[in-house]
Ligand binder design. Structure first.
Ligand code: GLU
Length: 285
């Protein structure tokens, strides 16, 4: 029988808060209940916002709340060549295209369309105008060669065509069920950001596969992103893990906690003398 493998995968670009504590400890509890392994991964592809100091303080907080993980910690920033390879595969399959529009360029195109109901993705961002899907190879190459900045975007219509089937994923936990993936709700998502050969979506899919993750436990805020992950897994021939999207820990006003708020950070709770047990009580674990 294969041993279940869980992971907690924070981005060291701010302070961990109660929501992270819930996610990390829920992973640990589920792993323990199933006799599984617990891994830790730093999702630090953003080299400007992620710093060694923030990573250090995250590790310290995680230790303090009682998380135990296997060594070594995987750092995405140490694996850019692997993501580049995956990106190259999508380029070869002609499923991605260089997208040159800046944020203001996107806005201009949308205004020019005169459409009131321009589609938006589940995070609320407007779909990327499809005008560059049809740029000729030569035009793409000219612009790339002269140094115009670009991101790689998935040609969603083509990717769905190649996938050619209704993708699903399985939610496990208290309410096991099957979910129909809806990658089309995201439009032409970014696969590699302007300054790097990857993005959150690409790295998370590649790493979960390389680390042999069998159970992904993460917040509901990433529920819709799973549709994109299922599509990428299918295109790369990756067997999907099971998923459990857990409730979010909210503040007293019912808002999602944020990494930039210091008062609800684990660090500040700890400095105010709150104990580990009180943290567990606060998050209901
Ligand atoms: N790095 C992501 C975050 O901090 C989590 C990714 C995941 O669990 O899939 O929100």
């Amino acid at each position: 029988m294969t041993v279940p493998v869980f992971r907690f995968a924070p981005s060291p670009n701010g302070c961990l808060h109660l929501g992270h504590a819930y996610s990390a400890l829920l992973n640990q509890r589920m792993a323990q209940n199933m006799g599984g392994r617990m891994l830790l991964r730093m999702e630090d592809i953003d080299r400007e916002r992620c710093t060694p100091e923030l990573e250090h303080s995250m590790l310290d907080d995680l230790e303090w709340i009682g998380l135990n993980w296997e060594q070594p910690v995987r750092r995405q920033s140490e694996h850019f060549p692997i993501y580049q390879e995956a990106l190259d595969r999508l380029v070869k399959m002609e499923l991605v295209y260089p997208a040159f529009l800046s944020r203001s360029g996107i806005k201009r195109e949308i205004e020019r369309s005169n459409m009131d109901d321009w589609p938006r993705d589940p995070d609320g961002a407007p779909f990327y105008p499809p005008i560059e899907r049809l740029l000729s190879k030569r035009e793409q190459q000219t612009r790339m060669a002269r140094g115009d900045p670009y991101a790689w975007r998935l040609n969603m219509d083509r990717a769905l065509e190649v996938a050619g089937t209704q993708l699903i994923w399985h939610e496990f936990g208290s309410r096991e069920h099957k979910v129909n993936a809806r990658p089309q709700d995201w439009g032409d998502v970014i696969i590699a950001r302007r300054d790097m050969p990857t993005s959150y979506h690409l790295s998370v899919v590649i790493d979960d596969a390389l680390q042999g993750i069998t159970h992904v436990v993460r917040g509901k805020d990433l529920y819709h992103a799973t549709s994109v992950h299922r599509l990428l897994q299918h295109l790369f021939g990756i067997e999907p893990p099971l998923y459990h999207h857990h409730r979010l820990v909210l503040d007293n006003d019912g808002n999602k906690l944020s990494k930039s708020r210091r008062d609800t950070s684990l660090r500040s709770l700890r400095e105010r003398g709150i104990t580990r047990q009180e943290i567990c009580d606060l998050i209901g674990l």
